[in-house]
Design a binder for this molecule. Sequence first.
Ligand SMILES: [Zn+2]
Length: 271
Amino acid sequence: MKRITFLLLLLNLAAMGQQKITWPKNKKAVIVLTYDDALASQLDVAIPQLDAARLKATFFLTGYITDKTIPRWRAAGAKGYELANHTLYHPCLGKEIKGSSPENLSENYTIPAIIREIRMMNNFLFAVDGKINRTYAYPCTETKVGGVSYVDSLRKTGLVQYARIGGDGRDMITDFAKLDPLMVPSWGVKENTPGVKLIDFVKKVEKSGGMGIFMFHGIGGDYLTTSAEAHKELVTYLQQHRSDILVITFEQAMDYVTEANKMITATTKGR
Ligand SMILES: [Zn+2]
């Protein structure tokens, strides 16, 4: 059923121009909800709200999932939520994670060290949900370790198909031909952002006809917290505007964009 739906989506593609994408079913825009760091409040608050609104989302998990939380993440995966790779140990620069032990600091990492960690997390996630293809989010949105970019090294490994970086909220995506699938921008939602601001971002994306990706952390708890109320307001807005806005996982959205770009390239070549 899912595969058929996806093929139907592709048939709806209009390869107009080189960059703009026509979204399926006359939708005006795509919104992707992503949640980082495998936080308890995402299981306790975000997922129940998303379930109630019948919306799907992407969770970037780390190796800090436990015997208590793995069964819950597995259940989320079985419901259609995307479980994605955010490394095992979440290395970041020391200034980002004060008090962290030296072996977790990204300035002390090498490229082979981060690549093997991403590979190991892929295996870990396979044990959780049995899936092979993975998407990735750079910890602390850093694309470097030891001062060197690992984007192209990661690309060469083929371990992940798509990767999410950060952004400042003005980073909705409209020029899809120029989009690097391993450098997909998102809006890192700051602590206590009110619901109206979350909805404003959706409206801006809707107007642009593009894709907007939210990067959340805690929902009604943990850290970098968006309140349960603000999150609920966003989810309700998305539910009420589902005829205009397509809400899908990061992998689904990027699969769609990739296929659309291929078709546009093919059409352009034929001219
Ligand atoms: Zn993170």
